[in-house]
Design a binder for this molecule. Structure first.
Ligand code: UDX
Length: 450
């Protein structure tokens, strides 16, 4: 099937390449000329495991092309909208200007019967507003939210846990009728077309949920809100553990065995960051307030506050490790990305903590296997090295803030001890074995651990 993907950022680039990898003929469109020329060469503009391989294959096969010209979208049967919806410069609401601009530019190239599939994370109510703009072309808007995780984006796109498609009126039968009364596109055709798009997932019996616009939009934001809540819940328990001498990791294991709770996303530490969870829960709160439902999502403000407090806690643990504070002490910060398997530093708790320690006068040296270039752009005041041993050499404290395998499994306490000045380690992600580090003579501090 011929497919266009409008917006080749994180979501769009992965989606375009993944769609080509399952046999579709795909054109990716973006206004950023640099990004498009990188993608045209079959190269990924950011780090994502598995993406360079499918980009190269797609481009070499001729099935995957890229352009800055929206005219190239003409003739596609399905047009995916994958542009960003960042937090507004002023306030918490989502900035929809990129989505609106993409729709405006796409409209002249739509044909009767085309499907425009919104993938961007938007405030509930956006799809029905955009649908009224698209409807006169005879194309139909559907909402098909994306749940991919950075680091597993290719796998999540090709083999998702579920597929959600919001159609006008939420009907699974009958036809969608335009305001003028003419039939735009029969719903069964839309559903059938989307099943053809995702044929590999459908062949694996992936749950396929057909619903209305509002539900489809809400599935995405509520899933992210739930995940953020789960992380903040365990981090709140970490605060209680710190007041009582309990161990939050054992607590998480014990409650996680309950199948109703589950162990995933109960990793206590310096909390969530990245380009999605923080902005999405804030935009969700802002939208609920607009809808007069402030009290329904009041708890999300609390989740956000718990999350940010854990960053303070990590800073405090490092500062308190020294009798006379952290001024001019060398702190080796292991990690800059908001999570492992990513070079993304947007709202990274790791970098926030590092920058605050620098603000207290510490001599901060940051290392990370992938994210240093992005980190240096965001926080040029910090010192960076790609050599972990160099970061550790002469350090008065180590702070682990991104749980890369390089630190979890490939850093021996005795080797680290041979490099540092003081054997103090703060494990901001509870990813190290305290027994092994203490046995090697280290003073170990975890988050919510005795
Ligand atoms: C998230 C959602 O998981 C994904 O479904 C959605 O499409 C986009 O947002 P992502 O931003 O890639 O994906 O990261 P995720 O794996 O969810 O992690 C988010 C943050 O939570 C990271 O900073 C991570 O370190 C943190 N986290 C995660 C914890 O602090 N503890 C955990 O137990 C899990």
């Amino acid at each position: 099937m011929r497919i266009s993907v409008i917006g080749c950022g994180y979501l769009g680039a992965v989606h375009a390449a993944a769609m080509a990898s399952i046999g579709h003929e795909v054109v990716g469109i973006d206004v950023d000329e640099n990004k498009i020329s990188t993608l045209k060469r079959g190269e990924a503009p950011f780090f994502e495991p598995g993406l360079p391989e499918i980009l190269t294959r797609g481009v070499n096969s001729g099935r995957l092309t890229f352009s800055t010209d929206m005219v190239c979208a003409a003739g596609a049967r399905v047009h995916f909208l994958a542009v960003g919806t960042p937090q507004q410069a002023s306030g918490y609401a989502a900035d929809l200007s990129f989505v609106e601009a993409a729709v405006d530019t796409l409209i002249p190239h739509l044909r009767r019967g085309d499907i425009v599939a919104g993938k961007s994370t938007v405030p509930v109510g956006t799809a029905s507003r955009l649908a009224s703009l698209i409807e006169p072309t005879g194309a139909t808007l559907i909402w098909n939210p994306e749940f991919l995780r950075e680091g597993w984006a290719v796998e999540d796109t090709v083999d998702p846990d579920r597929l959600v498609v919001g159609v006008p009126g939420g009907s699974t039968e009958g036809a969608i009728v335009s305001a003028e009364g003419s039939e735009v596109c029969p719903t069964p055709n839309i559903v059938q077309t989307m099943k053809e798009v995702y044929h590999t997932a459908i062949a694996k019996n992936t749950p396929f949920i057909v619903t209305d616009y509002a539900t489809a939009e809400l599935v995405k934001v509520s899933a992210n809100a739930f995940l953020a809540t789960k992380i903040s819940f365990i981090n709140a328990m970490a605060e209680i553990a710190e007041a009582t001498g309990a161990d939050v990791t054992q607590l998480a294991d014990a409650i996680g065995y309950d199948a109703r709770i589950g162990r995933r996303f109960l990793g206590a530490g310096i909390g969530f960051g990245g380009g999605c969870l923080p902005k999405d829960i804030r935009a969700f709160s802002a939208r609920a307030e607009e809808l007069g439902r402030t009290e329904s999502v009041q708890f999300l403000r609390e989740m956000d506050a718990i999350n940010l407090r854990r960053r303070d806690r990590a800073v405090q643990l490092v500062v308190d490790a020294f009798e006379d504070g952290v001024f001019e002490k060398k702190v080796a910060v292991l990690g800059a990305a908001f999570k492992p398997h990513s070079d993304d530093v947007r709202d990274s708790p790791a970098l926030d903590v590092a920058a605050r320690l620098k603000g207290f006068g510490a001599d901060v040296v940051v290392t990370d296997p992938q994210a240093l270039e992005n980190a240096a752009q965001l926080h040029p005041q910090l010192t960076y090295t790609s050599d972990r041993d160099e970061a550790l050499r002469g350090a008065d404290a180590i702070l682990v803030v991104t749980e890369w395998d390089e630190y979890r499994h490939q850093m021996s306490p005795s080797h680290a001890a041979s490099l540092v000045r003081e054997k103090v380690i703060v494990d901001g992600r509870n990813c190290l074995d305290p027994v092994a580090w203490r046995a090697a003579g280290w003073t170990y501090f975890g988050m919510g651990r005795p």
